[in-house]
Design a protein around this ligand. Structure first.
Ligand code: NAP
Length: 281
């Protein structure tokens, strides 16, 4: 059996076309959606991430503001900037690129963002809203994974989903979204003694670990859907995920590649959340 590829690039393009149409409609009503992206310091990976986010905004007609600060910016100065953006009616989403320099408390910064503009969905209030089934913003990567699963036409009701990883930004919100879709959810982590015992029972596996070959073909039930969030480097420096793609594609029904699976969806869902924020206004 050879699994069908879940193409995150194609799905992203389709969703971005929808986002562009919604942005155009808001702009025609004088309410162009706006995203503020804040970068503190010179981290090279972060520079690429913010550049990609700003470019993606431009491509779909979302107004974006990129604020770059030196690494010695004080925590108070950053908090003051966030307060100003919270009160700026042209801005519907605020994103502070992580990691921040060590002297700035990231929790304090995330909590300073108004919940109505927390398009990353990282704040305690956003997480609580999601936990209790309210209308908070969904964390972008898990939200993208849900769209990828949805694109296979699978109804998650009654299915067993196993999430590997329990980070606040990926694993935990992923498990909550699967639960909301009526899956039966198991969360595995580094203290899970025998991962395969759980993954072999799963109709859907989402791997969000950060370690290649965490999931191999012998750990996957025939016909399962496998979503690979991981971003790692192989021995040749090539980007790869957490799952053994070549082995698992012979067992699974659907699988996301790395690159070209979850990665492109994360920025797309950030754009989607920004549009949703502007529409809520
Ligand atoms: P993280 O905060 O480091 O969390 C990793 C999780 O994996 C932890 O919960 C950890 O368990 C668990 N884990 C570690 N070793 C394990 C093992 N041997 N068996 C089972 N579980 C294990 O990482 P993250 O931020 O969630 O990101 C995970 C991966 O996704 C990374 O590769 C990251 O780069 C990637 N990522 C990709 C995107 C994208 O857009 N494509 C977005 C975000 C993240 P403990 O809690 O017990 O330590």
């Amino acid at each position: 059996m050879s699994a069908q590829l879940i193409d995150g690039i194609a799905l992203s393009q389709k969703l971005r076309a929808e986002i562009a149409a919604r942005a155009a409609s808001l702009t025609a009503q004088g309410k162009q959606p706006g995203l503020a992206v804040i970068l503190v310091g010179e981290d090279p990976a972060s520079q690429v991430y913010v550049r990609n986010k700003v470019k993606a905004c431009g491509d779909v007609g979302i107004h974006s503001v990129l604020e770059k600060y030196d690494a010695d910016l004080t925590e108070q100065a950053l908090l003051d900037r966030i307060t100003a953006l919270n009160n700026d009616p042209t801005i519907h989403g605020i994103l502070v690129q992580m990691p921040l320099p060590k002297h700035i408390n990231p929790h304090k910064v995330i909590e300073a963002i108004a919940t109505s503009k927390d398009v990353d969905g990282y704040s305690v209030l956003s997480a609580g809203e999601m936990m209790t089934g309210l209308d908070g913003f969904r964390a972008c990567t898990p939200y993208g994974c849900m769209k990828l699963i949805e694109s296979t036409g699978t109804d998650l009701r009654g299915k067993h989903a196993v999430v590997i990883g329990r980070s606040n930004t990926v694993g935990k919100p992923m498990a909550l979204l699967l639960l909301q879709a009526n899956a039966t959810v198991t969360i595995c982590h580094s203290a899970t003694p025998d991962l395969g015992v759980f993954t072999r029972q799963a109709d859907v596996v989402v791997a969000a670990v950060g370690r290649r070959n965490t999931l191999t073909a012998d750990m996957v039930k025939p016909g399962a859907i496998v979503i690979d969030v991981g971003m790692n480097r192989d021995d040749n420096g090539k980007l790869c995920g957490d799952v053994d793609f070549n082995g698992i594609k012979e067992v699974a029904s659907h699988i996301t590649p790395v690159p070209g699976g979850v990665g492109p969806m994360t920025i797309t869902m950030l754009l989607m959340n920004t549009i949703e924020s502007a529409e809520r206004k």
